[in-house]
Design a protein around this ligand. Structure first.
Ligand SMILES: [Zn+2]
Ligand SMILES: [Zn+2]
Length: 249
């Protein structure tokens, strides 16, 4: 009994980490910022992971995120702790995301370079199909109760960590560069590098988020392996800063 519960927690945690790799490398660094170009094969792997483990439609995610960069902490920022408070962003991140993601005009405006493919239209944009398949597989594998528990655990953790990048990593932590985002190494470990958010806002097209000594960005390690295997091309080898960076040192 206790072992099964522990197994369900471990499975849920591993699924969240797999989803986090796909989120940071594919949705964030590749699609939203073009910091890295992935091969068609690796793109398909990550696209499938996003479908099965998150139900996110990539062009919607990219649109919401690009709008966040365009209007960080201004009225139009989809999820600004400076405007709404970090607790509200943390707890209602999904609702805040949906306000922009479900608006076809805004998605067309911010993700016009990411059109819906035929496979998206008939399969991968159907979130409930992907999530239903994952839930059914887990229930078969772990039994109905523990399978459902692992699914719910994964979603709560994935959504909580995604919310934390937008809320906690714009509120608490170090700001080596002059922007409102913060660096939190503990969050970076749990989100495959996303917690180094101050560095990312300073150099949004950098595929590598660790920019100071001692920082670790697991997403960059994945990209380096993919590059070595011929599945990734990096846009710049050295980070290119959006504005001349002003270091807060
Ligand atoms: Zn941000
Ligand atoms: Zn970004």
């Amino acid at each position: 009994m206790a072992l099964n519960l522990l197994t369900a927690v471990a499975v849920g945690f591993v699924l969240t980490q797999i989803a986090n790799v796909a989120t940071t490398v594919y949705l964030h660094r590749s699609l939203a910022h073009r910091a890295v170009t992935l091969s068609p094969a690796l793109t398909l792997v990550f696209r499938s992971i996003i479908w099965l483990l998150t139900g996110i439609r990539p062009r919607q995610w990219a649109a919401v995120h690009r709008k966040h960069h365009a209007f960080t902490d201004e009225d139009e920022d989809p999820h600004s702790p400076a405007q709404l408070g970090w607790v509200r962003v943390q707890l209602t991140n999904v609702m805040l995301y949906r306000r922009v993601a479900r608006d076809p005009e805004q998605v067309a405006k911010y993700a016009r370079d990411l059109p819906q493919s035929t496979v998206d239209k008939y399969l991968l944009d159907h979130a409930l199909v992907g999530l239903g398949l994952t839930t059914a597989a887990l229930m078969l594998l772990l039994g109905p109760g523990y399978g459902l528990f692992a699914t719910v655990f994964h979603f709560v953790l994935y959504l909580g960590l995604s919310g934390a990048v937008n809320a906690v990593a714009h509120t608490f932590g170090k700001r080596p560069y002059d922007n409102s985002a913060t660096n939190l190494q503990w969050l970076a470990f749990l989100t495959c590098g996303e917690g180094l958010h101050n560095n990312h806002h300073a150099a949004p097209t950098s595929a590598r988020f660790a920019l100071q000594s001692g920082q670790m960005d697991p997403g960059w390690w994945v990209i380096r392996v993919a590059r070595r295997l011929g599945h990734a091309t990096i846009r710049h080898d050295s980070p290119v800063f959006a504005n001349p960076p002003r270091m807060n040192v």
